[in-house]
Design a protein around this ligand. Structure first.
Ligand code: SME
Length: 163
């Protein structure tokens, strides 16, 4: 199947999922499974959430699909994950072996995208996806993953006390 067609199909499925789930946690659990199952190059899909009140600020592993990672808590000054959370910007790395910030989760990982999650404009966490393929996260994928992160942010806004 053509990549653009698959992205379009899965975008619709994720949008429907956001409408049929009640809590953000349920949406996040189902979203990581859907993305991992349906997107062929998304080999590890997970959320990291900022720990409320942690000093120094810390990202904690949330719902994920794929192999267990050694990085269950990541400070904001470490990793691609820390870079995305501290800048509030999407980070795409086409070749993780060339990025000194990269914290290895799997030896097979070649490229990675991390998209921040916002609740009323404040960053609360991020959606992290690793691929076994180099440069998997083209602009079409970036826009799709940003859409996924936006849906979770909106769900967190509507159910803030029950993430
Ligand atoms: N690669 C990430 C760490 C998380 S694992 O990929 C699941 C990073 O460099 O921050």
């Amino acid at each position: 199947m053509h990549t653009a067609t698959r992205i379009e199909e899965v975008r619709n499925e994720v949008t429907e999922l956001a409408q049929s789930t009640i809590t953000a946690h349920e949406l996040m659990e189902k979203m990581v499974r859907l993305l991992h199952d349906r997107m062929l190059k998304y080999n590890w899909v997970g959320f990291y959430m900022l720990e409320p009140g942690a000093k120094p600020p810390m990202l904690a592993l949330g719902p994920f699909e794929g192999a267990m990672t050694p990085h269950t808590r990541i400070p904001l000054d470490q990793g691609i994950c820390g870079a995305a959370a501290s800048s509030g910007q999407t980070v795409v790395v086409d070749d993780v072996s060339k990025d000194p910030r990269y914290l290895a989760c799997s030896l097979e990982t070649k490229s990675e995208i991390v998209v921040p999650l916002f609740v009323h404009g404040t960053i609360v966490g991020e959606l992290d996806i690793d691929s076994h393929f180099p440069a998997a996260f083209t602009p079409e994928h970036q826009s799709f993953v940003q859409h996924c992160a936006m849906l979770v942010g909106k769900k967190l806004e509507s159910s803030p006390t029950k993430p």
